[in-house]
Design a protein around this ligand. Structure first.
Ligand SMILES: Cc1ncc(COP(=O)(O)O)c(C=O)c1O
Length: 469
């Protein structure tokens, strides 16, 4: 594939929707500044265009004899091969199962680990998607701790693996945190896990769009066994994700979802399950989502990892330097601009004692800046980073159960993507500096039941911006 000459303008031209303007409280409209890439990224034009091109040929996958069905099936399988290549997985040893997203696919893998009765070690820094699936329905799970600085405690991993004496089937860790942006040393952890006879799963929902991944050869002790990713965080928001790994774990027992596609033979008495990957993909697959994911993966590779990583590192260092100079702003985890090799541009912070939801609302309404606030689906990790005492945690949890989210702890998160610029970071920093000084134009009122802040006397009609008419 031809290499795209890299400049930030070139990259920005490849992103859908950057020219869209959004309304501000003072009546102006301005181009949206999206600093919420950790939640979902905008689409790459190549993913959008590839989907449009493919829709001319779109038909059923694995289910039709006609030319369009055959072509759609071929394209779907090509997308699988592209995803395997994207993460540097050996296609002879691994398969890629498409699903809705990381959550969906972690639930799928967890179903099989539960069925096999194998113990899983996850960590307290995980997104709930890599925490809850392992422990529901009697799953055997334990949690590796996090150090005071927010980094994974590798000594605790070793201690736990030793304590279980070879009775751990899987170590499930995030490749990068969606709260602190810390990049986990996945290959070092893989070596540790393998030494104790366990496999390793990497939740690459955050990592995959920002860093090159090489799962490696199965004979290499540092190889990654399983990896999951979400297309909507990789500039391909068409409802797809992939789980990459060896097929043996899925081979026994009943698939997590049953129906069409997963079976070879069905009588009223007997079911013979299909082989992977079909066995893992019940029902008609999201072929459009798979095409978009593969197109985005190709586009990221064409831009080139050295360029992506260099740009994001430089921008993250720039943002950290400026953010930490704001009075009262505390970054969760490392705020060291020199340490950007160990982290992504996912920057969570608190601003004095201002409620996180209020800061996020002001950024949206008065500056057109999109960030996320709250606990980022990582409650245990966030409570540790915010140093919430057990008593405080109990008090706010009791309040939530009464329907009062006033005191819900949390932070504000700005997360950068390949297309963000220094100018956008400057705008965030200028806005936060003004907010920190109390320079706020709107009258914001807390909704106790949601914990969100609404702007009094202000309403927008979304129909003016997008409509089905
Ligand atoms: C680290 C991590 N894991 C898992 C998920 C869940 O991803 P999805 O919502 O695509 O299932 C997220 C989403 O924010 C995440 O950041």
């Amino acid at each position: 594939m031809a290499r795209v000459p890299l400049s930030i303008e070139t990259i920005r031209r490849q992103i859908v929707g950057l020219e869209q303007v959004v309304p501000l409280l003072d009546g102006r409209r301005r181009p949206y500044i999206n600093l919420d890439n950790g939640a979902s990224t905008p689409a790459l034009k190549s993913a959008q265009e590839k989907v449009n091109e493919f829709l001319e040929w779109y038909a059923s996958v694995h289910r039709g004899a006609g030319f369009k069905s055959q072509l759609s099936t071929w394209a779907y399988e090509e997308a699988r091969a592209i995803v395997l290549r994207f993460v540097g997985a050996d296609p002879r040893a691994n398969t890629a199962i498409f699903g809705k997203n990381t959550t969906d696919l972690l639930n799928k893998l967890a179903h099989h680990y539960r069925a096999r009765g194998e113990r899983v070690l996850t960590t307290t820094m995980e997104h709930h998607s890599n925490l809850l699936p392992w422990r529901v329905d009697g799953g055997l799970v334990d949690y590796v701790g996090v150090r005071a600085d927010g980094r994974l405690d590798e000594d605790d991993l070793v201690r736990k693996l030793e304590a279980y004496g070879g009775d751990v089937g899987l170590v499930a860790v995030s490749g990068a945190s969606n709260v602190t942006g810390y990049v986990t040393p996945i290959h070092r952890l893989a070596e540790i896990a393998h030494r104790f006879g366990a496999r390793i799963l990497v939740d690459a929902a955050q990592l995959a769009p920002h860093r090159q991944i090489e799962m490696g050869h199965p004979d290499d002790p540092a190889h990654i066994d399983f990896l999951v990713l979400s297309a909507h965080k990789m500039y391909a928001p068409f409802g797809s994700g992939a789980l990459i790994g060896p097929p043996d774990v899925f081979a026994d027992g009943v698939p997590d979802e049953v129906g069409g596609g997963v079976v070879d033979i069905v009588t009223l008495e007997r079911t013979v399950w299909n082989a992977l990957p079909e066995r893992g993909e019940a029902g008609s697959p999201n072929v459009v989502g798979a095409i978009a994911l593969a197109a985005a993966a190709e586009a990221l590779q064409a831009i080139g990892w050295p360029a992506i990583e260099a740009h994001e590192r430089e921008l993250t260092a720039y943002a950290l330097e400026a953010l930490r100079a704001i009075r009262g702003l505390r970054i969760l985890g490392s705020s060291d601009p020199a340490a950007v090799d160990e982290r992504l541009g996912v920057i969570s912070f608190v601003l004095g004692d201002m409620p996180h939801a209020l800061v996020a609302a002001i950024l949206a309404h008065e500056y057109g800046i999109g960030v996320r606030n709250g606990c980022f689906c990582a409650h245990p990790y966030l409570l540790q980073l915010l140093e919430v005492s057990p008593e405080e945690a109990q008090a706010y949890q009791a309040a939530i159960e009464r329907g009062d989210r006033t005191r819900i702890p949390g932070a504000v998160r700005a997360s950068l993507g390949i297309y963000n610029t220094r100018a956008e970071v400057d705008e965030l920093v200028a806005a936060l500096s003004r907010i920190a000084r109390g320079d706020v134009a709107g009258d914001y009122v807390l909704d106790r039941s949601t914990g969100d802040y609404a702007l009094q006397g202000y309403a927008v009609r979304f129909e003016d911006f997008f409509s089905f008419a």
